[in-house]
Every structure is written in structure tokens, then in C-alpha cells.
Design a protein around this ligand. Structure first.
Ligand code: THU
Length: 140
């Protein structure tokens, strides 16, 4: 997958829409994420989007990535194929450590594109973002 591929552009469009709904009064740092999920039964693909949701009790903040993953899982999906993270900043934003762990659970092979507002991007595989990982297979 390349950043110019239609599916990545659609994920980016969804991430740019949802970033407008970010609840980030404390940091002022808005993040939008969109995940491409695949149905295990039919292989059908569906996109889910999420924004960061902050809280007056700061540490309860939910990142955009985990917000999007929760939507996909709640809709019945268990497999993630690709993720787009969008921030209206010059520098693209990589998923935080906690989000890497959550993405790994459902998409170790998923591609993560991070886009900044000026088109700068990074492209990484989840398992590369989380080396020496602990995941479902480690529980035997
Ligand atoms: N944030 C995300 O939503 N995703 C990331 O990948 C990095 C950080 C949010 C959490 C918090 O609301 C704000 O960005 C500043 O850390």
C-alpha cells in the first residue's frame, strides 16, 4: 500500500473528518485516526474512525487510535489491515506506546500511515513499531 492508493486516501479523508471532533481542551493537540478492518467471515472491509477524548482527570484520556479500534471491535471485527493517523501539524504523529500495543492485538501486520497537514507522512508496519512485543500468542 502506498500513501497515494485510494484506500489510504479514503482513510485519510475519514481521519481528517473525525479530527474536527477531537475533544482536547487540555492539550490542544487534536488527533484523528481511521482503521481499515476486515471481516473474518466474509473478508468485507470497513472503515472506522476515532478522535482523542481527553478528560479533566488527565490520565483517563483516550487516544484517537484506541478510539477507532474500539469502534471496529464493537462492530464485530477482529482484524485490522491498515491505520491512518492524522494531525493538523507539520510533523506526522506516530501512535503512542499504549496504542501500539492495542494495534498489535488486532493487526501485527497492519500498515500505519501517519500524515501531517502539509502532506508529510511516515509508513510503518505495526510489528516494526512494537519490537520485542508481547501479544496473544505469548499466552500459549
Ligand atoms: N494522542 C493521540 O490521540 N494519539 C497519539 O498517537 C498521540 C497522542 C493524543 C492524546 C492527548 O489527547 C493528546 O494527543 C496529547 O498527548
Amino acid at each position: 500500500l502506498k500513501p497515494t492508493d485510494p484506500i489510504v486516501q479514503e482513510l485519510l479523508r475519514r481521519a481528517k473528518t473525525v479530527v474536527e471532533r477531537a475533544y482536547c481542551p487540555y492539550s490542544g493537540f487534536a488527533v484523528g485516526a481511521a482503521v481499515l478492518a476486515a471481516s473474518e467471515a466474509t473478508g468485507e472491509r470497513e472503515i472506522f474512525a476515532g478522535c482523542n477524548v481527553e478528560n479533566a482527570s488527565y490520565s483517563l484520556t483516550i487516544c484517537a487510535e484506541r478510539s477507532a479500534v474500539a469502534q471496529a471491535i464493537s462492530a464485530g471485527h477482529r482484524t485490522l489491515l491498515a491505520v491512518v493517523v492524522y494531525t493538523p501539524t507539520a510533523t506526522p504523529t506516530a501512535p503512542c506506546g499504549a496504542c501500539r500495543q492495542v494495534l498489535f492485538e488486532f493487526g501485527a501486520d497492519a500498515l500505519v500511515f501517519s500524515f501531517g497537514a502539509t502532506g508529510r507522512y511516515s509508513r510503518r508496519v505495526v510489528s516494526d513499531l512494537l519490537p520485542s512485543s508481547f501479544g496473544p500468542s505469548d499466552l500459549g
